[in-house]
Design a protein around this ligand. Structure first.
Ligand code: HSE
Length: 430
């Protein structure tokens, strides 16, 4: 048998603990599959004394994770510290510069610095892998880069954040408000330490930026992802959407055409019969379109100790097997800078929800606003008195430019009878 692969693990949160458990529990199986043993030699975390429920006595403790990059005999550093900059990024860079391979679950770091890290890995003849950074247990990076490698890809979309998918599912299932479900989700410990990462769509955008590069061979460009989260969604939108045949999901959508890259994360209304519309609770799902294969669809757990550790260990096995291809499946030097397509160029159908006073002339004023912005309406419903003297007016537009839609809602928002900021949700035909 080949000599064992020696691994140092930086970060012993739930994913790090999961990686230790998988490598210990499946030692024999992994050794057989990888063709060599994978051995943890060193571990590091902020606090040595935390009770983690695993035995760390066989590994050498390293106080300063940054030292792992220079440890004699270590082949791979597994970075599970997290964060876009700071120790994680310093460790990642110096690991690669010291000609050690790097496996990471750090979506923020890869989304922001993927092209630089890929370049470092290539120049130092080592391997960079980050399957765990996107959709946890779904092996989407390997599926795109290996299984679909014969295809030209131009569309990837999906549910990339389990927490917000759970919240939207719970709002629909219980009819309770956003604030109530948010409090419950927080109590369950599902939110990121900084909840904005989940609620404002940033976490999903990190994953989307990585997938764009993997699928299209473009340089990771997080800054050009258009991002909107779920904070404005109310239970009434879920209810009215349902009556109209739609379900609300927070999707990441990336399209690449003629060198132009459109990357966006925002709530959408989609046909309830689409497979992805049926993906509920904490699950993630992804659809990838290839020119020879057509549409492919993937579903699974996107977070948590087991699924994320499973992806990290799969990357280790990959490296142990001697797979050394480039991180984004083409040489780092040939990743292209795409032209970002701004959201203002979107043309499509919109759901609009207005909360207005129930008085004469309101509908006439609303339609004047729409007419002046050149927005044509397909369906308009007035939904009973929800609160004293007020009603919801719900509309589905005909195909409209995003700029016209925003213009119309700015005009409508100025009407004295409009008592809440109007909301629109993009309807996507996927
Ligand atoms: N906050 C993330 C989610 C964790 O909810 O999907 C996994 O990346």
């Amino acid at each position: 048998m080949n000599k064992p692969l020696k691994v140092a693990i930086a970060g012993l949160g739930s994913v790090g603990v999961g990686v230790v458990k998988v490598l210990e529990q499946h030692k024999k199986l992994i050794g057989e599959r990888a063709g060599r043993k994978i051995e943890i030699t060193h571990v590091s975390a902020r606090n040595r004394d935390t009770e983690r429920g695993i035995d760390l006595s066989n590994y050498q403790w390293v106080d300063n994770a940054l030292e792992m990059a220079g440890l004699e005999g270590v082949d791979i550093v597994v970075e599970l510290i997290g964060g876009e900059e700071g120790i994680a990024y310093e460790l990642a860079k110096s690991t690669l510069k010291n000609s050690k391979s790097l496996v990471t679950a750090n979506k923020a770091m890869v989304a922001h610095h993927g092209a630089i890290l890929a370049d470092l890995a290539q120049n130092n003849n080592v391997v960079l892998r980050f399957e765990a950074a996107v959709a946890g247990g779904i092996p989407i990076i390997k599926a795109i880069g290996e299984g679909l490698a014969a295809n030209e890809l131009n569309l990837v979309y999906g549910i990339m954040n389990g927490t917000t998918n759970y919240m939207l599912s719970q709002m629909e299932a219980t009819g309770r408000s956003y604030d109530e479900i948010l409090a419950e989700t927080e109590a369950l410990g599902y939110l990121e330490a900084d909840p904005a990462l989940d609620l404002d769509g940033i976490d999903a955008a990190h994953k989307l930026a990585i997938l764009s590069s993997v699928a299209f061979g473009t340089k990771t460009d997080f800054d050009s992802v258009y991002i909107e989260g779920i904070r404005e969604i109310e239970t009434v939108d879920i209810k009215y959407g349902k009556e109209l045949g739609y379900r609300i999901k927070l999707l990441g959508i990336t399209k690449f055409e003629d060198g132009n890259l459109s990357q966006r994360v925002h709530p959408v209304m989609i046909d309830r019969k689409l497979p992805i519309a049926g993906v509920m609770d904490g699950f993630n799902a992804l659809a990838v379109d290839g020119d020879f294969i057509g549409r492919t669809f993937y579903q699974g757990r996107g977070a948590g100790e087991g699924p994320t550790a499973s992806a990290v260990v799969a990357d280790l096995i990959d490296i142990a097997r001697g797979h050394s291809g480039p991180a984004f499946f083409k040489p780092a030097s040939s990743l292209v800078s795409a032209s970002p397509v701004p959201i203002t160029q979107r043309k499509g159908v919109y759901y609009v929800r207005l909360h207005v006073l129930d008085e004469a002339g309101v509908i006439a004023d609303i339609t004047t606003g729409l007419k002046n912005a050149n927005v044509s309406v397909e369906t308009m419903l007035q939904k009973g008195t929800e609160r004293d003297g007020t009603v919801y007016v719900v509309m589905i537009t005909h195909e409209t430019r995003e700029t016209a839609m925003k213009d119309a809602l700015n005009r409508i928002n100025e009407l004295p009878s409009v008592i809440e900021k109007p909301l629109f949700i993009r309807i996507e035909k996927l």
